[in-house]
Design a protein around this ligand. Structure first.
Ligand code: GLN
Length: 305
């Protein structure tokens, strides 16, 4: 039984719809393009082609993987982020659009010295940047690519994730990024002192442990729990970062972190309690939810704010 391509894709779409996949039409097309190495224009050009059975079989193997809840990006192996293409696999979180908002904020600070249009108090000449808990490297590699003056370090506990981040630097043509494996700041506590940065940016795990089983199956069954689980109240990593980051920032150094939509007040209090930070701001994402927190390490006594 040979089928025209457009019918094959329609059957794929219906199978995904029945399995409750929200973007069934898009995913059915994307999986075909992935299999046949086509872009969307190429797909249109072949829309009326009649296909051989074995093509259909291969296609439905991909459709079945997606129907069973495997994220599209783990099947195709890529996700676009900040206009770049990143390799992804189950050892790394799939980069999210919310995180692009944070990278855009960081780039505005680095390039313009402003944050969402307002003059920014933090280190005006920030160059040494740490992407803490880098996962796929989406943040660190994007900053290095889009602000080439940056000297970026990416750190990560998972060796598999760190390998993926290194690969992403390579495929995006970013030389000179340092990759370091270890638990939060431990690799930056040497015998000769603590390594300091101008700007620490992080998307740490921040989901409450009990919430994880309630997430979409794509997330809870496929994405790395280690990249999601922020402990009982979701704040474990913020607690440790708030306590340790001051030792790893130069004066007026910037700490910028992604947060959960309901964590703004709690993370602000954690940073406040250290009495080391000033200018703590909670910023919203495109859906108008709290998503990012920024803080500046206090400067010399005279210029404390
Ligand atoms: N934003 C991600 C999610 O909702 C979580 C990211 C994280 O824990 N750092 O799935």
């Amino acid at each position: 039984m040979s089928l025209p391509l457009k019918e094959l894709i329609k059957i794929g779409e219906n199978q995904l719809k029945e399995a409750g996949i929200a973007d069934a039409a898009r995913d059915a097309k994307t999986l075909y393009c992935f299999m046949d190495k086509l872009d969307s224009v190429g797909l249109m050009m072949h829309w009326q082609d009649v296909l051989q059975d074995k093509v259909g079989e291969e296609y439905f193997r991909l459709i079945e993987r997606r129907a069973s809840g495997e994220p599209l990006q783990y099947i195709t192996g890529t996700q676009d982020f900040m206009g770049l293409t990143f390799n992804v696999n189950p050892s790394v979180l799939i980069p999210r659009q919310d995180t692009e908002t944070m990278v855009e904020d960081a780039l505005e600070i680095l390039r313009e010295g402003t944050l969402r249009g307002e003059k920014y108090y933090g280190a005006s000449n920030a160059r040494e940047i740490l992407d803490l808990c880098c996962g796929s490297g989406a943040i660190g590699v994007s900053v290095a690519k889009l602000f080439p003056k940056a000297k970026v370090t990416c750190s990560e506990l998972s060796g598999e994730a760190l390998k993926t981040a290194e690969e992403n630097a390579r495929v995006n043509g970013c030389k000179g990024i340092k990759f370091i494996q270890g638990d939060l700041f431990s690799p930056f506590c040497g015998r000769l002192g603590k390594k300091k940065f101008d700007f620490i940016i992080s998307n740490p795990p921040y989901i409450e442990s009990d919430v994880i089983p309630t997430l979409q199956r794509e997330v809870k069954d496929h994405e790395p729990v280690m990249a999601l689980d922020g402990g009982k109240d979701g704040l474990d990593f913020y607690r440790r970062i708030a306590a340790e980051a001051p030792e790893h920032l130069h004066k007026k150094g910037i700490l910028m972190m992604e947060i959960g939509y309901n964590q703004g007040e709690a993370v602000k209090s954690l940073l406040d309690e250290t009495q080391k930070f000033t200018d703590i701001q909670v910023l919203k994402d495109l859906a108008d939810k709290d998503r990012i927190i920024t803080a500046v390490l206090k400067g010399k006594k005279a210029e404390n704010r």
